[in-house]
Design a protein around this ligand. Structure first.
Ligand SMILES: [Zn+2]
Length: 641
């Protein structure tokens, strides 16, 4: 609104009919500016400085003006947008001082660990504090001599009930450095000063302050006009590595764009990859509205790490539609005080997971065999994990606060009780895409569904930085599938059985439509169950949870036990588990000797089963012939769109 008014006034000034009109226009501008100044409270002012970055802490001065009378409740966040566990960012805050605008100290109370209550103030509260941070990823804060990598919830305090206020952030150059700022915050004429229209947007705006390499590319989707996609790369690679990266980014963005038919309308026309590929970084990818943090311990030049780096890049960019704008009601608006719980992470994360690989494969940045191997891994996980006997994809989504970068010191049974909603949701997306293609001979695909959802729930978010005004519920997702497929019974059945129920589509039948054979990968070979058996001098130690119902489980073997011998052969010697069970058919019963954690020696028998895991191979390399119809189906699915 403010910008629009100014543009119109400038146009008026350019063609004055008379001096009087010109003066009137100037008076008008001044009056309007004064009116706006009185109508809108001043922005919250944040000053971020780095007196000795090598010691991994920074200083924050937050000037909260225009506060209503009564106690000001100032808080550190417990959560971070895109993450679902509690991270308790207040733990790293120290040396907190609170004063009024004139610098007079104000008394405060601490009702809990996350909050500073200031009962007596005159409308302005100035908080200064230091905050330690030494983890380079998408969730935390990292300050060192090479950069300040700031996730805002880990860095800045906010005032309860004042999330609609705007913010102005000044980055203070550390002595001896010439760092630059990469962020989705809105720029000003000063390259060290940025703004956010509201506190949600501020919290959603991670910032890299360092001597990074910048690469950019302009892409016009034909709907929103040319927009800039840039990568701020803080890495130890070469210029050529950075050039190659932005080329891969461009291919990925162009292929992703075809799924929705348009890019999101990025605020300020720019989307930024904040990429930290450093030996001391931790692997992560965190989506935001106009940016993402992608971090990896690896290096761009290392071909072995390229697949992971590109996979995360593709995944996070897809989130700029699915999650950032097309957003579940469970996480909108985001709560900074309690864990955010969504029924729909199987969709927000899982569908994104399905597309990130598919997009890379279509863009020829990933071999088809690698994509099929990923698909096989997803099918194996959802088919075989015991967790599916207990919980649906919706119920798995609700567990995110326990499993998404959550840590606990006690051992949990997650390997038996949980299937990642990334994997589970990916399996559902794959099943939906193939089912739609199958029942309409390729006329409808999952893309049609994503576009319909984007139109109904996503696109409105283009207009409102810091908010998704039309978040969806699971019933909205079902209703839209009913509309797209023109078949409410199909949509009901699909949600009831595969999303809210615990059934799986017939993957073998659906993949065969594309001439892809889903077959057991080790027919006729004995199998003990998927547990890690670590060879050692006394035998093979079980170093993972033993899956419910597996041959090992039935034989009474548990984590930390040591399997001393199998089929009469000592495992402490050269023989491996694979060599021994490889001699037997599934169904064979063989002796097993093991020592329980508490020292009890057990002699037992174990009945081998057939390895149930599958692989996916093209029919033409499995001794069959690819029909013209299968080829058409496969090309439409896996080739560039
Ligand atoms: Zn994700």
């Amino acid at each position: 609104m403010a910008q629009m008014t100014q543009i119109r006034m400038q146009e008026a000034l350019r063609t004055p009919r008379s001096q009087a009109l010109r003066i009137a226009a100037i008076v008008c501008v001044l009056l309007l500016t004064a009116l706006q100044a009185s109508a809108q409270p001043a922005a919250f002012e944040y000053r971020l400085s780095f007196p000795s970055p090598e010691h991994r802490w920074m200083e924050v001065e937050a000037r909260f003006g225009g506060l209503p009378a009564g106690t000001a409740e100032i808080r550190m966040s417990r959560t971070s947008p895109g993450r679902y566990a509690l991270h308790e960012f207040a733990k790293n805050v120290f040396d907190v001082r609170i004063s009024d605008a004139a610098g007079k100290e104000l008394p405060f109370e601490r009702p809990n660990l996350h909050q500073w209550n200031v009962p007596g103030h005159d409308g302005t509260v100035v908080v200064t504090y230091k905050v330690f941070g030494d983890r380079t990823d998408g969730t935390y804060l990292s300050v060192d001599a090479a950069h300040a990598h700031m996730n805002m919830p880990a860095t800045v305090m906010f005032v309860r009930g004042q999330l609609a206020r705007s913010a102005r952030v000044t980055f203070v150059q550390p002595a001896g450095h010439q760092w630059r700022v990469a962020t989705q915050l809105f720029s000003t004429s000063d390259p060290l000063v940025y703004t956010a229209p509201n506190i949600h947007y501020l919290m959603d705006s991670p910032t890299e302050f360092s001597d990074f390499s910048l690469r950019s590319v302009t892409i016009d989707d034909g709907v929103n006009g040319p927009q800039t996609i840039r990568a701020a790369l803080h890495h130890d690679g070469s210029d050529a590595d950075a050039d190659a990266y932005i080329r891969d980014v461009e291919k990925t963005v162009r292929e992703a764009m075809k799924i929705f038919g348009e890019l999101p309308k990025f605020d300020a026309g720019t989307y930024t990859f904040l990429a930290d590929y450093l030996p001391w970084a931790d692997g992560d990818g965190m989506e935001h509205r106009n940016s993402t943090v992608v971090s990896n311990r690896g290096a761009l030049r290392n071909p072995g790490q390229r697949a992971g780096i590109l996979g995360t890049m593709s995944h996070e960019f897809f989130h700029s539609w699915n999650m950032e704008r097309l957003r579940s009601k469970g996480i909108e608006p985001f709560d900074y005080e309690e864990a955010d719980v969504s029924d729909d992470l199987w969709f927000g994360e899982g569908f994104t997971n399905y597309f990130d690989g598919l997009i890379l494969e279509r863009a020829q940045l990933m071999p088809t065999e690698a994509l099929l191997a990923d698909f096989a891994g997803i099918i194996n996980t959802v088919t075989l994990s015991p967790g599916r006997q207990l919980r649906s994809a919706v119920e798995m989504s609700r567990l995110a606060p326990f499993v998404d970068a959550a840590t606990s010191v006690d051992r949990t049974a997650w390997p038996n009780l949980f299937i990642s909603y990334y994997t589970y949701g990916s399996a559902i997306a794959m099943g939906l895409d193939l089912s739609l293609r199958d029942r309409t001979d390729g006329k409808l695909t999952i893309d049609s569904y994503m576009r319909a959802l984007w139109r109904q729930f996503g696109r409105a978010s283009n207009q409102t930085p810091g908010a998704a005004p039309a978040p969806y519920t699971i019933r909205d997702l079902e209703r839209t599938l009913a509309e797209v497929s023109s078949d409410p019974a199909f949509a009901r059945d699909f949600f009831q059985r595969y999303v809210e129920g615990r059934e799986l589509v017939d993957y073998a039948k659906l993949f065969m439509r594309a001439g892809l054979v889903v077959r057991k990968r080790a027919v006729g070979r004995g199998w003990l169950g998927e547990a890690n058996l670590q060879p050692g001098p006394g035998g093979a130690r079980v170093t993972s949870m033993v899956p419910f119902g597996s041959p090992l489980y039935k034989a009474g073997v548990a984590q930390d036990d040591v399997v001393v011998s199998l089929d009469g052969t000592d495992l402490g010697k050269a023989a491996t588990v694979e060599q021994i069970i490889g001699k037997h058919q599934p169904g064979a019963t063989i002796p097993i000797r093991f020592v329980r954690r508490a020292g009890e020696k057990v002699e037992q028998t174990i009945t081998l089963e057939e390895d149930p895991r599958i692989e996916i191979v093209p029919v033409e390399s499995a001794g069959g012939t690819l029909s013209a119809e299968q080829k058409r189906f496969r090309d439409a699915w896996l080739n560039a769109q």
